[in-house]
Design a binder for this molecule. Structure first.
Ligand SMILES: *[C@@H]1O[C@H](CO)[C@@H](O)[C@H](O)[C@H]1NC(C)=O
Length: 315
């Protein structure tokens, strides 16, 4: 069983290297329960309505981003939440101006080119912490769309939309067999901050940090912790973490020097932050949904508590 799954996961990694190489996007979407009959007004009133789709872009073709969003919004379960689109542009004034011209987002922010999409996701969670919508979703690749189509629902707590793997506390996984272990020494520490325990041998990880998360899951952590993690992207050059430690460098590993170390740590830390770490999540999510039976809602995701009336039914 394990051998077959490893093969499938490796195949998926190859596919995604082709489809998402330069993309830097996170969509944080919030579903204000599509099944409106089950949704009570008091809860809706105290939180932002509609899924947040958070997109972090650098200098990607803005038309492609728009086309991607159109496909995303054509998914019934997503559209039914009346999502709000947040675009964070890191590619400079020219790309910001172009994005404003097209004006398909509800909010557009020009932000410094720091920390790729992971910095953006943390930035968004910190900015909206008190009024998070029901769901937040990060990503920008094709696999995400099929998983949203088949598996996303009101009880979705945390679901990987890109690669879902079994990671070790050093960030090693079967998806990157060619890179030695030991590349992500801070992953262990972020785990400890998030879970309050030492990092176990291995856990399910969303590998490239593309996921949909519910407000309930995001609120498992304090705003202070998200702020702290966000701050790590911008520590000054003389900060002790930079001077003495390997926060921004891969350590005892053959992972390329220029890869963003802390960004990679963050990509693999959402599972601990959102308490969705059971390796079975990864084993039941070894391929995109067209290729395997993904009809069970428990596949690929952690569900939040909820009664049957919350609309766990097929999407
Ligand atoms: C985290 O998940 C585990 C396993 O599903 C569960 O037993 C535990 O109560 C969860 N912790 C929190 C804080 O929700």
């Amino acid at each position: 069983m394990a051998a077959r799954e490893v093969a499938a996961l490796t195949f998926l990694a190859a596919v995604c290297l082709l489809c998402a190489a330069p993309a830097a996007a996170w969509s944080s979407s919030t579903t204000a329960h599509r099944h409106s009959l089950a949704f009570t007004a008091p809860e809706a009133a105290s939180h932002a309505p509609g899924m947040h789709i958070v997109i972090s872009m650098y200098q990607e073709d803005i038309m492609q981003v728009q086309q991607y969003l159109q496909r995303l919004l054509s998914i019934h379960s997503v559209a039914a939440t009346r999502p709000r689109i947040f675009l964070y542009v890191k590619g400079g004034p020219e790309f910001f101006a172009r994005a404003r011209e097209l004006s398909f987002a509800h909010e557009i922010h020009e932000v410094p080119n720091i920390g790729r999409e992971q910095e953006t996701y943390l930035r968004h969670v910190v900015a909206h912490y008190e009024r998070l919508p029901q769901h937040a979703l990060p990503n920008y690749e094709e696999n995400m769309l099929s998983r949203l189509q088949t598996l996303f629902g009101p009880r979705t707590g945390a679901m990987g939309l890109g690669l879902t793997a079994v990671c070790t506390c050093e960030g090693h996984s079967q998806l990157w067999p060619e890179w030695g272990a030991g590349g992500f020494i801070r992953l262990r520490e972020v785990w400890a901050l998030a879970q309050g325990t030492l990092c176990p041998h291995e856990f399910a990880c969303f590998h490239n940090g593309f996921l949909v998360a519910s407000r309930a899951r995001l609120h498992l952590q304090t705003k202070k912790l998200y702020e702290y993690l966000l701050g790590l992207f911008t520590t000054s050059a003389d900060h002790p973490l930079r001077v003495n430690e390997f926060l921004y460098k891969h350590h005892t590993s053959n992972i390329p020097e220029e890869w963003p170390t802390f960004g990679h740590v963050m990509e693999r830390s959402w599972n601990a932050l959102l308490n969705c770490t059971d390796v079975n999540i990864a084993y039941s999510c070894s391929a995109v949904c067209e290729q395997e039976d993904c009809t069970g809602l428990e596949h690929c995701q952690c569900l939040d508590e909820g009664s049957p009336h919350d609309g766990v039914a097929p999407i």
